[in-house]
Unconditional design. Structure first.
Lengths: 340, 620
């Protein structure tokens, strides 16, 4: 497909004719806007894009993007996307899921899609609540959370999306925030450019059932102390005055002050998204508020063969060795005899 | 080709049923399959029935560990693996205990006498030696020290005790080849192919095979050997085929006939896994096999592949079909072509994984949430699986619908000779993908739910410029495919989806019967029971009774003339390996007072069971 022949599309060209039906104030609007803004910049024809989703508020996403789309059943988007990508590796396949869809009912499909490293772009909207079913706790809800299904507080230990993705051998892992649209745009572009499964956790606010869930990470007066921006090759420094850093103490990260001069920048943990082993990325994924600032940005970006490419290569090799399959040869195989 | 020369008297028999039985580690499946191969090459019609335990290795010598392989061959059309066993080869007391009752009066029982020690007997639950207390009854018993003779044949081969013992199944094979006049040459060739990499094993097996054959020839036990003449099959080129092989080849054929790449998503499950194994070898046919993380991913990946334009198939057995239910509903709602293969086994739950049953009919026809009709077809023999796979693909893509293809463990693993068709004789499958918008100039340019005369929707695939559209599991507005909660639209769409499936009945052959077009009794069957039912009806017809037989391949929708066919007979008997599921459907659909013959033992019908039931009904 020659990309130079493409007409110059804009965000509005990626809007479908359907009315968007998320609640007013939902974080999903910002994500939709940012995706529509980034898509025209990728140099890929609209008809070559497919958005696949499961069930949940986030999963309505495909209806609002004017590409090919498949709004499927609960949790199964990664598996459907796998079939789409294997059937036609030329398509750019996006998966839109949420914390319930992707990590609870669809947890199995998510980890297996990630480990296969298909060239999928997986956006997991994490709002730490079930929105579409009107407010039950989700697998990312914090312990003790009071919801309709946990009136005395949740006793269900949460899991952390990026730790799961890294544990499942993800080759690209990133985190961004619905309120930080510029950063989201950059991360989306990085994910689009990555060859292999790109997994992005997006902190997304559900203003109806779990408002303020990410307030610490989004509000002006707290976010510089509660988040740390990851930059490849740079030390982890944060705080409004850039006066705090993360240092490794043995195997554990610790927060250190930079201003009194006892700790130098060189002593800090330097981010390396290309490390062959995922240990650093995993360590970063374990840094949680309030003990640590939560890392934002690209945790890991490494190269590994793609499933669909390996499958295509096997097919090509078989054809090269044996020639294109002939049905008559297949039928006339095994033990045969002639009755005359 | 003729059998080796023999100096002993030869008895002619028209058909013979042999069962090899032993411990699951004794190589019974291998022995049975090799004897079948030789017999097919020799020119007999054959039908086989492997029967093995679900456990890979149950404790040695135990009843649970008994593995069997039955082959029926003859000089005429053979429709079943045989009712009563003519010759049983039992490798240990457990194998004797489980299989003896199936051997006919006057039949032959050959045992490995070396494995009837005290401990062996105890493991099988025998207090006394059944070879000595009259247990064998009116059957001819031959006590052959197979283990000892095997070791004798290999005494200078330089092999260890265990290694020598592993060849003992070849002694039995050689002996049976002698008994039925089978040539040894095909087995020599096969031994070279199979064990070529370990020449000492190949050599040992060859020597033991010859020793077994020679034993039959020289030993005083056997007064005569048996000849089964070649069958009078129609001229042509034949091969042996099992149902699972045939499904795999049929799917590849459908892929070639339609020009669509084949995607097969599957999760390993007995007895369907061999379809995955077979297809995984056909990479030069552009077959994409995907071993998914679970049954649900197997079908949903296939749905994704269907959306993207592949001929998409998922294969499973009953428990897997249950897990796929929700995704089949998604296929119905999104109206994508998809084949769901269900190789049925005994249920419910894990049930009897290695045994056959036909109890998934309700699940296939009815087992989903909402009004959710799909096409269901059932193959009736190993070779028929080939044609049913092609037919399922044709219907799925022509009508844009999931199609469930039912086979069962019996025809999946059983083998029969197959007159090999030429690729050119198979009809092409026409598939079109729209390239241009189909709107009327107002509103959206591409209308994914604007239907053709069969009510099938167009199959526009991602990558096609200008036809971008969204599908999903929420109810669709007619024509546009947009999400719709409109009450009238919902009812309209339910009726439309149902009518589309009913339209398939206009696209498939009318139901035919074997025998009189009207009369006293119509015997109805479906699926893998065809051989037994046909044989039973032929016998009764031969006795001058007014009985006809019909075998239903199209389970949903049922053939358009079926009601009339059923009502042409005074009585209707539905034979099936379940508690009466097809009978239930026929009674509900046509208000016909059908009787049932039902068996739920994990075993196929015996011809005699059906014959008895027919006589019982005729006498009433």
């Amino acid at each position: 497909m020659a990309t130079d022949a493409l007409p110059q599309l804009q965000a509005k060209d990626f809007a479908s004719d359907q009315d968007v039906r998320w609640c007013p104030g939902c974080g999903d609007y910002a994500i939709l806007a940012q995706v529509k803004k980034v898509l025209p910049e990728l140099g890929i024809a609209r008809e070559k894009m497919v958005f696949v989703s499961g069930i949940g508020c986030s999963s309505r996403f495909p209806y609002y993007v004017n590409t090919y789309g498949f709004h499927s059943i609960h949790g199964r988007a990664p598996a459907i996307a796998t079939g789409v990508k294997v059937a036609n590796p030329e398509l750019m396949v996006w998966v839109v899921t949420g914390d319930g869809d992707g990590l609870s009912i669809g947890g199995n499909h998510l980890i297996h899609a990630i480990r296969r490293n298909l060239d999928l772009k997986i956006l997991l909207f994490n709002n730490r609540i079930y929105g579409l079913t009107k407010g039950q706790y989700s697998p990312t809800s914090e312990l003790g959370k009071k919801t309709k299904s946990t009136p005395f507080g949740s006793v269900d230990n949460p899991l952390h999306p990026l730790s799961i993705a890294i544990g499942a051998e993800a080759t690209f892992v990133a985190r961004t925030i619905d309120r930080n649209v510029q950063h989201m745009g950059e991360v989306l572009k990085r994910a689009a450019a990555h060859k292999g499964t790109a997994f992005i956790e997006i902190y997304q606010n559900c203003n109806i059932f779990n408002d303020h869930a990410w307030e610490y990470a989004t509000e002006k007066d707290t976010k510089s102390d509660t988040t740390v921006m990851l930059e490849h090759g740079k030390p982890l420094i944060f705080g409004a005055n850039k006066d705090k850093g993360i240092r490794l103490n043995g195997m554990d990260p610790e927060v250190v002050w930079l201003k009194d001069g006892s700790v130098k920048e060189d002593d800090l943990l330097f981010h390396d998204e290309k490390m062959p082993e995922p240990s650093l990325a995993y360590l970063l994924s374990r840094m949680h508020y309030p003990d640590f600032p939560e890392p934002i940005g690209v945790f890991r970006a490494v190269d590994r063969p793609r499933f669909e490419e390996a499958m295509t290569a096997q097919i090509d090799e078989a054809i090269q060795k044996k020639g294109p399959g002939k049905l008559d040869d297949l039928l006339n195989s095994g033990d045969m005899w002639v009755v005359s | 080709m003729t059998g080796p020369a023999t100096n002993k008297p030869v008895q002619e028999q028209s058909d013979v049923t042999i069962r090899f039985a032993g411990d699951s580690g004794d190589g019974m499946q291998l022995t049975g399959m090799e004897f079948t191969r030789t017999t097919a090459i020799f020119g007999n019609d054959i039908s086989t029935f492997p029967d093995f335990p679900a456990e890979i290795r149950a404790p040695a010598g135990s009843l649970a560990g008994v593995s069997g392989f039955q082959v029926h061959f003859g000089d005429h059309d053979v429709h079943t693996p045989g009712d009563a066993v003519d010759t049983l080869i039992a490798f240990n007391p457990a194998a004797l205990k489980i299989n003896l009752a199936d051997v006919r009066e006057g039949g032959i029982v050959i045992v490995n006498d070396d494995s009837f020690g005290k401990t062996d007997l105890k493991k099988a639950g025998y207090e006394n030696n059944p070879l000595e207390d009259g247990t064998v009854g009116g059957r001819k018993l031959f006590r052959v020290p197979i283990s000892k003779l095997t070791k004798e044949a290999l005494k200078d081969a330089g092999l260890g005790e265990k290694q020598m013992d592993r060849s003992k199944n070849f002694f039995a094979l050689g002996l049976v080849c002698w008994l039925y006049g089978r040539p040894l040459e095909p087995t020599f060739v096969w031994i070279n192919q199979k064990f070529g990499k370990t020449p000492e094993v190949a050599d040992a097996n060859r020597r033991v095979l010859i020793a077994g054959h020679a034993f039959g020839e020289t030993c005083e036990f056997f007064h005569s050997s048996f000849q089964v003449a070649k069958a009078t099959l129609p001229p042509g080129r034949y091969r042996r085929i099992s149902g699972n092989e045939a499904v795999a080849m049929g799917l590849v054929a459908a892929s070639q006939l339609s020009g669509k790449d084949l995607f097969y998503g599957s999760y390993p499950i007995t007895p369907a896994s061999d379809v995955l194994h077979n297809l995984a070898r056909y990479k030069n046919f552009r077959v994409k096999t995907f071993q998914a993380e679970d049954e649900i991913a197997a079908i949903t990946s296939a749905l994704g592949a269907a959306f993207a334009g592949d001929l998409a198939v998922t294969g499973t057995s009953g428990p897997g079909l249950a897990l796929k239910g929700e995704a089949i509903g998604l296929g119905v709602m999104t109206e994508l072509p998809l084949i769901i293969l269900d190789v049925q086994r005994g249920g419910p739950s894990t049930g009897l994984p290695t045994k056959t049953e036909q109890a998934d009919l309700f699940q296939a026809v009815l087992g989903r949430n909402g009004e959710c009709p799909v096409c269901v077809i059932a193959a009736n023999s190993p070779a028929d699986c080939f044609y049913c796979a092609i037919e399922a693909a044709r219907i799925a893509m022509k009508f844009m619908t999931p199609v469930i293809l039912l086979t069962d463990g019996y025809i999946a693993n059983g083998e029969e000779p197959w007159s090999i068709p030429t690729a050119a004789s198979l009809p092409k499958i026409e598939v079109t993908h729209p390239m241009e918008p189909n709107g009327n100039g107002q509103g959206p340019v591409y209308l994914p739910y604007k239907r053709d005369k069969n009510l099938a929707r167009p199959w526009a695939i991602p990558g096609t410029k200008g036809l971008e559209h969204r599908i999903g599991g929420l109810e669709k507005a007619d024509i546009t495919g947009n999400v719709s909660y409109d009450p009238e639209n919902h009812e309209h769409m339910i009726q439309t989806r149902a009518q589309k499936i009913m339209n398939i009945a206009n696209d498939v052959p009318e139901q035919t019967v074997v025998g009189p077009q009207s009369g006293d009794l119509l015997v109805v069957g479906w699926g893998g029971t065809a051989g037994a039912i046909r044989s039973a009806v032929e016998r009764v017809q031969g006795q001058g009774k007014s009985v006809a037989y019909t075998h239903i391949r199209y389970i949903h929708p049922l053939p358009r003339n079926l009601e009339q066919v059923l009502k042409n007979y005074k009585k209707v008997l539905v034979c099936e390996l379940n508690s009466g599921q097809l009978r239930y459907v026929l009674r509900a659909t046509y208000l016909v007072d059908a009787a049932g013959l039902n068996k739920m033992q994990g075993k196929p019908f015996m011809i005699s069971e059906i014959e008895t039931k027919i006589h019982e009904l005729l006498a009433k």
